[in-house]
Design a protein around this ligand. Sequence first.
Ligand SMILES: NC(=O)c1ccc[n+]([C@@H]2O[C@H](COP(=O)([O-])OP(=O)(O)OC[C@H]3O[C@@H](n4cnc5c(N)ncnc54)[C@H](O)[C@@H]3O)[C@@H](O)[C@H]2O)c1
Length: 390
Amino acid sequence: MTQRVRMGMVGGGPGAFIGEVHRLAADIAGGIELVSGAFSRDAEASRAFGAELGLSPARACGSWAELFEAERALPEDERMQCVSIVTPNDSHADISCAALAAGFHVICDKPAAGVLEDALRMQQAVTDSGRLFGLTHTYTGYPMVIEARERIAAGELGEIRRVAVSYLQDWLSREEDTQGSKQASWRNDPARAGESGAFADIGSHAFNLVEFMTGRRVARLAAQLRSVIDGRVIDDDGGALFELDNGAAGMISASQVCTGAINALRIEIYGSEASLHWFQEEPNRMSLKRRGEPEQVLRPGAGVPYLSEPALAVCRTPGGHPEGYIEAFANLYQAFAADVRAFPAAPAQPRGYATIEDGVAAMRFIRAARLSSEADSAWTALDGVENAAR
Ligand SMILES: NC(=O)c1ccc[n+]([C@@H]2O[C@H](COP(=O)([O-])OP(=O)(O)OC[C@H]3O[C@@H](n4cnc5c(N)ncnc54)[C@H](O)[C@@H]3O)[C@@H](O)[C@H]2O)c1
């Protein structure tokens, strides 16, 4: 029988958005048991919520510091092995570093941190502790996204020439949207969201998808970030030209004020031989197009004969039975839990989830975009951007 991985959680309390998705995903992944947590900054609310989830009172803690101390005191075969961090961006670094130093593996939501320096601190903590760190860039858990990576790596598209990626939403498109919404209010507060708004919140996903699918690095960019809605103190809309390390060109946009867009993450990758097209709101189809030939539509499904092994490995249902967001999240949890189970053996390659290096890369992208925008869209390199004046 598969040994169950004992997991704790920080954040994801009453009324939170993504914590519940993480718990569902861990359930679907299987072989993971939520044993403890600190779910809110309010100690009483945190304990009460832990009780609602069925945790024993001793393991429903009032704060993350209390959680790590209580778990450390338990025998090794009882204490949590990893902790899921689903708090707002500004607290990811302190909580992750403390968890890693206490010997726990960490799976944390994106962006890695509020500011680049904190992400670099987390990277150091991962190295120093030797523990596992996973970042939940949800979209890399979709079978079609993995299939794209495999086909591009195998050269099916030829030399990559251009990438067009956009992540557009409208849930912050009105002035009143930041009032009375827990999720919206911290996202509009630089002290909690960090150095960017929409570009960090969803632009980081789009950036990660480009690097994941193409297998290339974004080398430099020229960005324009804007606060469109009155009263916004952080970007709610932005775009950038970028260049990949093979010289390919790209355009990225990330906006939360695009009326009519719900969760419109779309990517198109053009090579010398063919192009791939994927739209997150219809995740179970991906188009492959070649000049002068009819469009080919690729779909996921267990046993579908034209899919690569890595894509097949994350298909949960037979062909024609749609899989979606929670399953994609579950694929990240499944891969992370397998690495935790195997620890201290080296993690499986390629990793089935984003790493702290991916998180730092996204934070460099965010910093470069902000600096570029402040310098009237000047081209800005990502490498070493932490050394540029802020
Ligand atoms: N992967 C994705 O697609 C995705 C989607 C949404 C959000 N996120 C990320 O998830 C994180 C949380 O976002 P959200 O929308 O769920 O926020 P949220 O405001 O809905 O929930 C945050 C939760 O954390 C708790 N919390 C805050 N500080 C805490 C502390 N010090 N100790 C314990 N609990 C604490 C809050 O009480 C709340 O329950 C953010 O970093 C966000 O960027 C990722």
